[in-house]
Design a protein around this ligand. Structure first.
Ligand code: UD1
Ligand code: UDP
Length: 354
């Protein structure tokens, strides 16, 4: 049995890491195609080396651009690869333009699509990711859901065939990587003490395309009561630079380049709290039992809201600072995301052609 796996953006390298390993173990031959959506070393290569993944067999080098252009170029470069390889499955992850391109090309070539992280919904169609998820789920033959909530969303949309509740591959990886991440030096390198800093990430279009909104978020980070470590996504750096944002004179906000996965996990695990608009970072904070303030008005990961472990605060500095001051209740119950064996469940499902 053969798959073509399409990845292209940072979270997809993280999601694919253990699935590739699990596919190998059940004897499925995988051809990993990188669309080239993310290309800086610290957005791409670092994940392959840290997570000990084989380099992609092919990089389509599509690069950045508007949605239609980027997705279109991906499709035209993917089509001959998938047509020639004739895999049993095309495997796609999450909700990026690389996901959409892989799903559309495969479906038109009549090759079954397997979608890891199927069934997620924000119910906000202004997000490009929501469009990508909906279309991919409609086309997929195997819908590999991380949570029961995701299964329920699909069922309400009339999608019940090929739906499997497998758990979250990001939990698998976090559990596997934690011992190595804990031995890292990133806290010492940044000169911060455990529990004495916040960790922030921002990259969503809704937060970065409007400079005023991004400046409000920066204001909140500058006013936080502890130093904030902020690995800046290239998209966000571009808006900060082009909009003439300047830090206020006395602030403890530390803008750094994007970090590798192991450093990120160590920073998350030791943060007093996390502020983010990232889907993956919200979950990782929850898995690690760290409070999270989400810089959006909705989340796909509603399980993380329980007990106040994750609070939706949007972009208003007052709301964000108030949310930072809250204490979560009870335990962060990560069992809603499976038992850490999602990758092998996915491999078994694909191996039996389900
Ligand atoms: C993409 C995904 C988003 C995901 C995010 C993860 C879509 C529509 N969006 O958003 O769902 O959460 O990845 O990080 O697919 N850039 C660089 N170097 C790089 C990559 C990007 O400089 O290696 C800059 C370019 O200016 C580019 C911008 O970042 O135009 C945005 O990149 P793009 O991949 O289009 O979208 P993301 O915001 O990264
Ligand atoms: N991440 C990382 N370094 C960073 C920021 C994020 O390794 O500087 C990891 C993070 O730990 C998670 C994944 O990238 O595993 C999430 O990707 P991102 O936030 O870019 O995308 P999203 O999850 O929002 O789609």
């Amino acid at each position: 049995m053969k798959t073509v796996t399409v990845v292209g953006a940072r979270p997809q390298f993280v999601k694919a890491a253990l699935v590739s390993e699990a596919l190998r173990q059940v004897g499925i031959e995988e051809l990993v195609v990188h669309t080239g959506q993310h290309y800086d070393d610290n957005m791409s290569a670092v994940f392959f080396s840290q997570l000990r993944m084989a380099p992609p067999a092919l990089n389509l080098e599509v690069g950045s651009g508007p949605h239609g252009h980027q997705t279109g170029v991906m499709m035209s470069r993917l089509e001959p690869v998938i047509a020639e390889r004739k895999p049993d499955w095309v495997l796609v992850y999450g909700d990026t333009n690389s996901t959409l391109a892989g799903a559309l090309v495969a479906a038109k070539l009549h090759i079954p699509v397997a979608h890891v992280e199927a069934g997620l919904r924000s119910f906000n169609r202004a997000m490009p990711e929501e469009i990508n998820r909906i279309v991919t789920d409609v086309l997929a033959a195997s819908l590999l859901c991380p949570t029961q909530t995701a299964v329920d969303h699909l069922s309400r949309e009339g999608i019940t065939a090929g739906v499997h509740l497998v758990g979250d591959v990001m939990l698998d990886l976090l559990l596997a990587a934690l011992p190595e991440a804990s031995r890292g030096r990133v806290l010492a390198d940044l000169d911060v003490a455990p529990g004495r800093y916040y960790l922030a990430t921002i990259h969503r279009a809704e937060n970065t395309d409007d400079p005023e909104r991004l400046h409000r978020l920066m204001e909140a980070l500058e006013q936080a009561p502890l130093p904030v470590i902020f690995p800046v996504h290239p998209r966000t750096r571009t808006t900060l630079q082009s909009s003439g944002w300047t830090p206020c004179a006395e602030n403890r906000l530390r803008l750094i380049d994007p970090v590798g996965y192991l450093e990120m996990v160590q920073l998350e695990a030791n943060a007093h709290a996390v502020l983010t608009d990232s889907g993956g970072v919200q979950k990782e904070a929850f898995f690690l039992g760290r409070p999270c303030v989400t810089l959006r008005h909705e989340t796909e990961w509603v399980e993380t809201l329980e007990g106040g472990w994750n609070v939706l605060a949007g972009s208003d500095p007052e709301r964000i600072l108030a949310a930072l001051g809250r204490q979560p209740e009870g335990e962060a119950r990560r069992d809603a995301f499976g038992d850490g064996h999602a990758a092998s469940a996915i491999a078994s499902i694909l191996a039996r052609g389900a």
